[in-house]
Design a protein around this ligand. Sequence first.
Ligand SMILES: [Zn+2]
Ligand SMILES: [Zn+2]
Length: 136
Amino acid sequence: MLQGGCLCGAVRFAGRGKPTGVTVCHCSICARWSGSPAITVEFEQGITFEGDVTWFRSSEWGERGFCPACGSTLFFRLTEGDYINVGAGFCDKAPAVPIITLEIHVDAQPGYYAFAGGAPRLTGEEFLARLESGKA
Ligand SMILES: [Zn+2]
Ligand SMILES: [Zn+2]
């Protein structure tokens, strides 16, 4: 079981089931949230966590959880349903998945960085269409 936690250790989490992929999100909300593109991991049966997490509603459909003691930008979850992911760097050891499995919101990607690897790259519109068709 893959576990992890925030910088100060007050929040700990465990992935339930296997990690299903590592996603890079280039959207402007993720950039403001952590100062860089989000690199997140999700698990077959979600994530359990313990400790005090503060939730910030960042959009109509999503909210972000951080540690109020050290500020680590741990989680993103949908307000409806049980989808949740965690920043890959918060895991105690690297998730055993191939390098970056998906890049999303590539239309918002600034020009000053790029990731290696041949992962599918979806625009915001393409990603939303995929969510609506239930394949995300
Ligand atoms: Zn903390
Ligand atoms: Zn994003």
